[in-house]
Design a protein around this ligand. Structure first.
Ligand code: B12
Length: 267
């Protein structure tokens, strides 16, 4: 073990110890996840000079057990989304990305669907951020930082389910709408429901959007609109795209992704 960053000398019992940071890195999880496992007693650890150390043997056994294939447990039913949304809001407002990630990691690990995380956790937390921005308690820099954290969280958890996709979908926004996050959320929700999704982001000129949709021949186009002045161009886009053949769904602020997923499944 000598020379490995964060490693300690072997114990009297001959087992090499590593710091919690090193242990988390070795099994590919965030430090806070490993910390929670230690605190809950799931991962054995000892304290050396006030800091946790994990035996390499214990770590390997724990990781092997964690990775052992087993039938998925029944998904956790979240009864108090409001509490989680407030916690996430606090983390986002403070720029505490690790705390935000930990919160989401726990829910996803418990089988909570991403569509529900978007509708009941990220959405409400970001709306609180928006209220605080409108009340001048937060700046645009705070708002952008919070959005960026959410985008990275979504990127991290975006699934690529195996098997044949339901079909090809394009998610886009009208050219003048700069709100990218809702389109990201729609993309995640549809991917989770086995769609192959092309997300075109924001700021794409009208004719480029139409050109790309023409090339991709999707079964469905979702126009996600958040900024109300962009509604007119969202409907204009929908009208143009419908003539090319795909089904078009327009939606955004205040509308649930669970409904988008249901509507997308309708023949
Ligand atoms: C983050 C943010 C920004 C960021 C966006 C960064 C990014 N990467 O996305 C930036 C800084 C760019 C920004 C800019 C602006 N913003 Co802004 N922004 C927000 C904020 C805080 C969150 C946006 C967000 O992600 N909301 C979306 C989610 C989280 O809420 P939701 O819409 O209900 O989400 C669901 C639906 O969208 C659904 N969904 C998504 N797609 C689809 C599709 C279908 C078919 C269906 C059914 C559902 C669906 O999924 C979501 C999950 O449930 C909101 C606050 C708010 N209340 O939303 C303000 C807000 C949207 N912004 C607002 C404003 C005014 C602006 C600016 C004009 C500010 C300015 N003066 O420059 C500019 C507009 C720029 C433009 N041309 O678009 C206003 C909009 C008011 C209005 N009349 O529309 C809001 C509401 C803030 C406020 N309280 O006033 N903003």
């Amino acid at each position: 073990m000598a020379g490995v960053a964060g490693s300690d000398a072997p114990t009297a019992a001959g087992e090499a110890l590593v710091t919690l940071q090193e242990a988390a890195g070795r099994i590919g999880v965030h430090y806070q996840t490993a910390y929670r496992w230690v605190r809950s007693g799931a991962l054995p650890a000892t304290k050396v000079s006030g800091a946790y150390r994990v035996g390499v043997g214990d770590l390997e056994a724990f990781d092997a057990e964690r990775r052992r294939p087993r039938p998925p447990p029944p998904a956790r039913v979240v009864r108090d989304w409001g509490r989680f949304a407030r916690q996430l809001h606090e983390a986002l407002a403070a720029g505490e990305e690790g705390a935000a990630r930990g919160l989401m990691e726990d829910l996803v690990a418990d089988g909570v669907r991403l569509v529900d995380c978007c509708d009941h956790l990220l959405g409400p937390a970001m709306r609180l951020i928006g209220d605080e921005w409108a009340a001048r308690q937060l700046t645009i820099a705070d708002e952008r930082r919070a959005s960026s954290i959410c985008e990275r969280l979504l990127g991290r958890f975006t699934p690529s389910p195996p098997g044949r996709p339901r079909g090809v979908a394009v998610v886009c926004s009208p050219p003048t709408d700069e709100h990218k996050l809702p389109g990201e959320m729609a993309t995640v929700a549809l991917r989770e429901d086995h769609w192959r999704v092309h997300h075109l982001g924001v700021g794409v000129p009208f004719e480029d959007l139409v050109g790309m949709i023409r090339r991709l021949h999707p079964e469905m186009v979702v126009v996600s609109v958040t900024w109300s002045p962009a509604l007119g161009s969202a409907w204009a886009l929908a009208t143009t795209v419908r003539q090319l053949g795909p089904a078009v769904l327009v939606g955004g602020s205040g509308m649930a992704l669970a409904d988008l997923v249901t509507q997308a499944r309708a023949p």
